[in-house]
Design a binder for this molecule. Structure first.
Ligand code: 99T
Length: 203
C-alpha cells in the first residue's frame, strides 16, 4: 500500500497510528506530498482529485480517501483488536468522537491557512475567532467525556490524541491543558504508545 502523506498532517498521522496499532505499518509505504488549498501542482491529484492528503493507494491500485475511509479500511485488514467497534453504542460513540476530533483539526487547519496562507491585509478576524471557539468548545466537551473513554484504544481515542498533538504542534501558544487537567493526564499517557511515538509531527 502507498500513502500520500505529510508528517505535519494530523489526518495522515491518524492513519499511521491506526496502521501501527493494527500491525500493518510495514505494509504502508509513505510518499511525502506537498499540498496546499491554493495550488493543484501536486502528485496527489491523480489519485485524489480533491488534492488532499492522506490518500492511500491499495495493493490493488484503488485510491482511498479521506482519513476516515482509510482508517476503517486498515482496520478491516487485520485480525487483532478492532479499532472500529462493530456495533452497539460503543461504535456510535467512537465514531462521534472521531468526528469531534477531526472537527478540531478542521477548524485548526482553517485557522492555520487563514494566518499562514492568506495575504495579511485580507485576514478575517471574525472567521479566526469563530473557528477558535469551535476548537475550545470541543476541547471542553472532551474534558467532560474523558473519564468515560474505553480502556482499550479505539478510533475515537486515536483521533483525539492526534488532534491534541496537532494543537501542540501548530498552536503551542494555546495552553489547552490549563483548564483541562483530566484530558491532559489522559493525553500524557496515550502519547506514550509506540504508535504515537513513531508518528510525532514534523514541519
Ligand atoms: O486543502 C487542501 O487542498 C490541502 N490540505 C490537505 O490536504 C490537508 C492536509 S493537513 N488535509 C485535509 O484537509 C484532509 C481532511 C480530510 N477530511 C481527511 O482526510 O480526513 C495539513 C496540516 C498542516 O500542514 O498543518
Amino acid at each position: 500500500m502507498r500513502l500520500h502523506f505529510s508528517p505535519a498532517s494530523p489526518y495522515a498521522r491518524k492513519v499511521l497510528v491506526v496502521a501501527h496499532e493494527a500491525g500493518l505499518e510495514a505494509h504502508v509505504e509513505t510518499v511525502p506530498a506537498a499540498v496546499s488549498p491554493v495550488t493543484t501542482a501536486s502528485d496527489v491529484v491523480g489519485d485524489n482529485p480533491l488534492g488532499k492528503i492522506p490518500c492511500l493507494v491499495t495493493d490493488e491500485g484503488e485510491p482511498l480517501y479521506d482519513s476516515r475511509v482509510i482508517c476503517e479500511y486498515l482496520d478491516s485488514r487485520h485480525s487483532g483488536h478492532k479499532l472500529y467497534p462493530h456495533e452497539g453504542p460503543t461504535r456510535w460513540i467512537a465514531l462521534r468522537r472521531e468526528a469531534l476530533a477531526d472537527g478540531i483539526c478542521d477548524a485548526s487547519i482553517l485557522c492555520r491557512y487563514e494566518t499562514f496562507l492568506r495575504p495579511k491585509d485580507r485576514l478575517w478576524q471574525d472567521w479566526l475567532d469563530g473557528q477558535t471557539q469551535k476548537v475550545q468548545r470541543a476541547l471542553d466537551r472532551l474534558e467532560e467525556e474523558v473519564a468515560t473513554f474505553p480502556i482499550l484504544p479505539d478510533i475515537g481515542q486515536i483521533a483525539v490524541a492526534v488532534a491534541l498533538g496537532y494543537r501542540d504542534f501548530r498552536f503551542a501558544d494555546d495552553d489547552w491543558r490549563a483548564a483541562r487537567p483530566k484530558l491532559a493526564a489522559w493525553h500524557a499517557t496515550f502519547a506514550e504508545r509506540p504508535s504515537m511515538q513513531a508518528t510525532v509531527p514534523v514541519g
